[in-house]
Design a protein around this ligand. Sequence first.
Ligand code: 0O2
Length: 228
Amino acid sequence: MSFNEKELQKQLKEIFNDEVIRHTKPMMHDFAKLMAYYRCAIMEIETKFNVLNEEFSLRFDRNPINSIKSRLKSTASMREKLERRGFAMSVDSIEENLNDVAGVRVICSFPDDVYMLADALLKQDDIELVEKKDYIANPKPNGYRSLHLIVTVPIFLEKEKRLMKVEIQLRTIAMDSWASLEHQLRYKKDNIFDEQMANELLRCAELSAELDKRMDSLRAKVQFETQE
Ligand code: 0O2
């Protein structure tokens, strides 16, 4: 999502009077600036993963990364999370209290690639780990699996260096398709999600984990055989 300050002001001018516009202008400017910084942080993280993908494809003749999807959290989601957690509604509070405004999702070919890429990123001397949640080793009760990292990455502006937080979700193709379908089912309007359906989804998550396990051992075997 892009937060273009001029476009936003144009739209607000159609609704609010000059007094309101004057009052909110500095906040809008700070918000647009912060979102631009998060977009820069996303670019930095994406580049780091693209570089790793390039290097590993040279060494092992295959790509550990299937795709990368990035997003800025929606304003509605930011608001909901600040409210739910009892934080102030301000631009400073967004930066201070929300770790997932900038999100990068890295879809990997195999489970081993998830950990290899996470380790390679975390070894880089400009990356600081803030928090790690391993939902692959410890899936959520509904079956959700992914490796979540909150990191800080520096962005270099004309006159300053800023450390920005980014949430990185690393998962395999199988984990990603389960999560996307589960998200669609859970958020479908008017859908009553009963216990039987939840159990069925959990069973699907177990099957997807089994698929990953089998594909990973096949990959290890193929690599072993080609190295001999
Ligand atoms: P969006 O639109 O991606 O921002 P929270 O649950 O957000 O209050 P926390 O600690 O941020 O707290 O949550 P966590 O466990 O680190 O997970 C955050 C993100 O992981 C979610 O973002 C989802 O993208 C993903 N996720 C976590 N659990 C599930 C799940 O059970 N199913 C699916 N499909 N995705 C999950 P948001 O904030 O929900 O939304």
